[in-house]
Design a protein around this ligand. Structure first.
Ligand SMILES: NC(=O)c1ccc[n+]([C@@H]2O[C@H](COP(=O)([O-])OP(=O)(O)OC[C@H]3O[C@@H](n4cnc5c(N)ncnc54)[C@H](OP(=O)(O)O)[C@@H]3O)[C@@H](O)[C@H]2O)c1
Length: 211
């Protein structure tokens, strides 16, 4: 598949971009900063200059799938985490992109479980997720716990409502899960939580809502 990574220069996005470039897929890495284009090239993907808050038709046309790994970092949650996501969902629908894998967050539907400082961001993510679910796209929504920069283990835990103890996960394993989900039909049309665990990614994605 021809896969566009939104947020390709982010910490998760760079892992995703590199994994896609090493796979049988054709990888396209979207960034909004010209200075980052050569880094995407170095990761082995085709760089695309586009901003989620502007017209991004050129970035999504002719693509088969999108992995959304972008985020505002708390700076503009409504403009980027919600409306930027909605913008790319609309563009994907208009251009006939069939598949969309969304990097969301644990507690998006339960902001009261997170510290006050995160709640507005979580509400914005929840609204973006809901918009994606209402679209015609074949979606998968992945909601990890807090991300770490530990080396990935390739082993995860997924479920509809994970036990909140110890839900951290390395960014590398989040990226592997997003890429593995692309063509795993058992994840289509599903929203699930993700944490480090003891099951292989392929096995966990056979039943992502199990616990
Ligand atoms: N941190 C956590 O513990 C946690 C937990 C659960 C879920 N998440 C989700 O995971 C996402 C990815 O995490 P991360 O650590 O990889 O984040 P990150 O390093 O901050 O990466 C986010 C990327 O999004 C890009 N971006 C921001 N606004 C954009 C725009 N308007 N157009 C195009 N690209 C834009 C940024 O580009 P620039 O370099 O141009 O700013 C950056 O490359 C987070 O955004 C969050 O939604 C995070």
């Amino acid at each position: 598949m021809e896969v566009l990574v939104a947020g390709a220069h982010g910490q998760v996005g760079q892992h995703v971009t590199e994994l896609l470039a090493e796979s049988d897929h054709d990888a396209y890495g979207m960034v909004r900063d010209e200075d980052q284009l050569s880094d995407i090239d170095d990761l082995g993907a085709e760089p695309v200059l586009a901003d989620l808050t502007e017209d991004i038709t050129h970035a999504v046309e002719d693509r088969d799938a999108i992995i959304f790994a972008a985020g505002s970092g708390g700076n503009d949650v409504w403009g980027v985490d919600r409306d930027g996501a909605i913008n790319i969902v609309d563009a994907a629908e208009a251009e006939g992109v069939g598949r969309f894998v969304m990097l969301s967050s644990i507690n998006a539907d339960q902001p009261e479980n997170s510290p006050e400082a995160l709640r507005e961001y979580l509400r914005a993510k929840a609204e973006a997720d809901e918009y994606l679910r209402e679209s015609d796209l074949t979606y998968t929504i992945v909601r990890p716990g807090p991300l770490t920069n530990e080396e990935g283990t390739g082993e995860i835990r997924t479920g509809a409502d994970l036990d909140r103890d110890d839900v951290e996960i390395p960014r590398e394993d989040v990226a592997r899960t997003l890429v593995a989900a692309l063509e795993t039909e058992n994840t289509y049309g599903k929203t699930f939580e993700l944490a480090a665990g003891d099951e292989s990614i392929d096995r966990a994605l056979e039943d992502p809502l199990g616990d």
